[in-house]
Write a protein of this length. Structure first.
Length: 83
């Protein structure tokens, strides 16, 4: 199973922050699972490859999207505080 997830943001700073938030340097994944996230301009690109169970693949994508959502909510809070 394989997925390419593209998340788009209003500015490059947010895209870079989300990419950094969802791809910690010390994160180890089980053998048979590959995840790579980069930011490119206004987009965050994540490739997920999974040779394991479907449940592992779904949980991995769900975790990724949940982490991105938390980062996006943090942006909203910071923006509200700065207004």
């Amino acid at each position: 199973m394989e997925a390419e997830i593209v998340l788009s943001y209003k500015n490059e700073r947010e895209a870079e922050a989300v990419a950094n938030a969802v791809s910690p340097d010390n994160f180890k994944v089980p053998q048979g699972l590959f995840i790579k996230t980069i930011h490119k301009g206004l987009n965050v690109l994540t490739n997920v490859k999974c040779d394991l169970r479907l449940q592992t693949f779904i949980a991995t994508v769900d975790d990724l999207l949940s982490c991105a959502s938390v980062a996006e909510k943090a942006f909203a809070v910071v923006k509200d505080l700065n207004m």
